[in-house]
Design a protein around this ligand. Structure first.
Ligand code: NAD
Length: 454
């Protein structure tokens, strides 16, 4: 399934007619469609600005240089309106007070109309909680409001705006999140504020290509939709993938593993013995696991007053209880290796709430709480737990939505369209890599800055 307006707008004649009729035409987003590569920013024109107090200049320069970007410093910007930028990085670390925010206005005001289509804007700053004065905390928090609002202004051009909050001591872990957010891999991540933490053990090496070579990855719900796409993406990074889905989907599951060369396990993850069966399989075949993606999910939508106990229990069992039980089994049997990455598939519905989805939203909010709790518990081993919260993604799950609800979900986002399974797969894959070691306990929305959950 795909978004018909994006399809239509990609045809020049049709898009011309749409513009003449003033029908909003969503931009066809530029996506990477290839495994992570060190030169992912090749020839991108990136403007770099900073506060005088900022301290990340060398880290930012390294990312841009190694990515082969074409860098312009803020001091060198001219009035030439034809000089456009593919991205902007602003280093607001060390921000001390509200006056410091003026630098944001000074940099962005003159160039706001000079960001190319599908541009990337990333602002780095300190976490408000780490600041030593209320004024500094206020200024650091203000960045989030700025980012979310600018995202709504430039989203119609396919441009995304995100913030990276850097905890004290985490400077060395900023490079890969910055590289990812500046690249085409993050096309549908917009208006987000990620937190990079210094907690726990950092991996010794952080490859920028074949990032999962030699790693084993398990993904549930891998026969269709987001799960199938993510299994393929993890394999493209070099992971040996175990794809899990219900026995009824065995053929579709086999088709996925035939393509990527991994293993398939037909298993209903809600079965009483499922955690043990899965753990036995992994222990025998791999010895240990480096990546676990809890993706399987179902909906049974109905207003609470009309919802049957069965509809409540089914959703709770698949979406939340199975992930918690499997994780506990793998923990007890020490099957998650040091520096493992666990990603849970949440939803913007778990943040905003969603009419007719008390069961579903409860499970997705539950997963957000789960990753935060597990992130705290596993930091000393360098194991990271994060959630990815998709908005409207064009899969069979959204195809089953009432048209009006789907249409509202698509258009009420800054990017004005639904995302693709690949967009979610990119986020999950990035969070699974060694370079994402500073991210744990984050809930990353992949929703084109959907109004839901805003
Ligand atoms: P999908 O229905 O295409 O795929 C879900 C997969 O999970 C299916 O292959 C299904 O067989 C499997 N599954 C269900 N119950 C299972 C069980 N008991 N044991 C093993 N496997 C089981 O859905 P999708 O759209 O690809 O969704 C994937 C995940 O993303 C879900 O967790 C969903 O809640 C979440 N999500 C999707 C969207 C969206 O717009 N599509 C938005 C937000 C969140």
């Amino acid at each position: 399934m795909s978004d018909y307006l994006v399809r239509a707008a990609s045809r020049p004649v049709v898009s011309g007619i749409m513009r003449a009729l003033r029908v909003p035409t969503p931009v066809s987003l530029r996506r990477a469609n290839s495994p992570f590569a060190p030169d992912s920013l090749s020839h991108r024109r990136i403007l770099v600005g900073s506060l005088d107090s900022a301290r990340l200049d060398r880290k930012i320069a390294n990312v841009l240089q190694s990515g082969d970007a074409d860098v312009t410093k803020a001091a060198d910007v001219t009035d030439d309106q034809t000089a456009v930028f593919d991205g902007v990085v602003f280093d607001a670390t060390g921000i001390a007070d509200v006056a410091g925010l003026t630098a944001l206005y000074d940099l962005f005001n003159p160039v706001a109309r000079r960001i190319a289509s599908c541009g990337r804007i990333v602002i780095l700053t300190d976490t408000p909680a780490s600041m030593d004065s209320a004024a500094a905390s206020a200024a650091a928090q203000a960045i989030e409001g700025f980012v979310r609002s600018l995202g709504k202004e430039v989203g119609k051009f396919g441009t995304t705006v995100n913030a990276v909050y850097v905890e004290p001591g985490a400077d060395s872990r900023v490079a890969e999140p910055l590289r990812f957010l500046l690249s085409d891999y993050s096309a549908f991540i917009d208006g987000q504020a990620l937190t990079v933490s210094a907690d726990g053990r950092a991996p010794r090496s952080v490859p920028t290509s074949a990032t999962l070579a030699g790693k084993t990855a398990v993904i549930t719900g891998a026969a269709h939709g987001i799960g199938a796409t993510t299994a393929k993406r993890l394999a493209a990074e070099g992971a040996d993938v175990l794809a899990v889905d219900v026995p009824a989907n065995r053929d579709a599951l086999d088709a996925v593993t035939d393509e990527i060369g991994g293993a398939a396990l037909a298993l209903d993850i809600t079965g009483a013995q499922a955690p043990a069966e899965l753990a036995d399989f992994c222990a025998t075949r791999y010895g240990g696991i480096d990546v676990f993606v809890h993706n399987a999910g179902v909906t049974r939508d109905r207003s609470l007053a009309n919802m049957s106990a069965n509809e409540w229990h089914q959703v709770l069992a698949v979406n939340l209880q199975a992930a918690v039980a499997i994780d506990a089994e793998f923990d007890t049997r020490k099957l998650l290796r040091d520096h493992a990455r666990v990603v849970c598939m949440s939803s913007v519905g778990g943040i905003a709430g969603s009419r007719g989805q008390t069961n579903y939203a409860a499970t997705k909010a539950g997963l957000n709480g789960f990753v935060r709790a597990r992130a705290d518990a596993q930091r000393n081993r360098g194991v990271c737990y994060n959630a990815v919260a998709p908005g409207v993604i064009e899969t069979s799950m959204t195809a089953a939505m009432p048209l009006a609800v789907r249409e509202v979900g698509r258009r009420l986002s800054s990017l004005g369209q639904g995302g693709r399974p690949e967009d979610v797969a990119e986020a999950v894959t990035f969070l699974s890599t060694p370079g994402a070691g500073g991210l744990s306990g984050n809930v990353v929305r992949v929703c084109g800055q959907s109004l839901l959950g805003a």
